[in-house]
Ligand binder design. Structure first.
Ligand code: DGP
Length: 221
């Protein structure tokens, strides 16, 4: 049977170490001779991504619904590329994906009310390629903040990150109910070296090639 590349997503709070570990993982896989591509969402290089970037840096204001749909559109505009890479046997390591979309958007509040309902946030991402595994980098919002750098972009506030954490817990439980083994917690509070080792132990068995089609997110409900 033909095998395809693995689709590996890393999710978690801001400052949980996702980007560092995604880059290390990519290098290690490449060093082991695995064909691998690193992707990141939002991908700020596309025209849609540039609007998201301007919004995150607060240089433009956009309605919350519009921003949410732009993030989703940014994933959809790259979905075919993900599928093509996987079909060609390339492993895709992705720093953030649809789970960030839902967790961050559904956590926005105005005058203590949620702005966007969870189900509304999830709908536009239904049908996107489903990761074979999502590594959830688990770290307390206070520990993430202590790493420094919070405060430069829109969502980097501890109360927001606390709500984001709760949304991730819901997403993780739903993913595990639908596809057991597809959402794996990584203790992101450990040293960089230990996180690297844990990630490697989880990911390396997948990169020998996966049998079967790429799944689709949230289409069976
Ligand atoms: P990053 O480039 O990984 O630092 O992400 C930028 C910020 O955008 C971060 O605070 C998380 C947030 N974010 C990432 N993806 C989405 C998304 O799809 N929707 C929303 N609302 N926020 C997102």
């Amino acid at each position: 049977m033909l095998t395809r590349g693995a689709f590996i997503v890393i999710e978690g709070l801001d400052r949980s170490g996702k980007s560092t570990q995604a880059a290390v993982l990519k290098e290690r896989l490449a060093g082991e001779g695995v064909q691998v591509e690193l992707m990141k969402f939002p991908d700020r290089t596309t025209s849609i991504g540039q609007m998201i970037d301007a919004y995150l840096r607060s240089s433009i204001e956009l309605d919350d619904h519009v921003v949410h749909l732009l993030y989703s559109a940014n994933r959809w505009e790259l979905a075919t590329r993900i599928l093509d890479l996987l079909a060609s046997g390339t492993t895709v390591v992705c720093d953030r994906y649809a789970f960030s979309g839902i967790a961050f958007s559904a956590s926005k509040i105005k005058t203590s009310n949620r702005v966007l309902p969870y189900a509304w946030c999830r709908a536009p991402d239904a049908g996107l390629p489903a990761p074979d595994v999502t590594l959830f980098f688990d770290i307390a919002p206070s520990a993430a903040r202590a790493r420094g750098g919070y405060g430069e972009e829109r969502y980097e506030r501890e109360d927001m990150q606390g709500r984001v954490m709760q949304a991730y817990a819901r997403l993780g439980a739903e993913m595990e109910a639908e596809r057991p083994g597809s959402w794996v917690r990584v203790d992101a509070g450990q040293s960089v070296e230990n996180v690297t080792k844990e990630v490697w132990d989880l990911v390396s068995p997948l990169t020998r090639g996966i049998e079967g089609e790429v799944g689709k997110l949230w289409v069976g409900e």
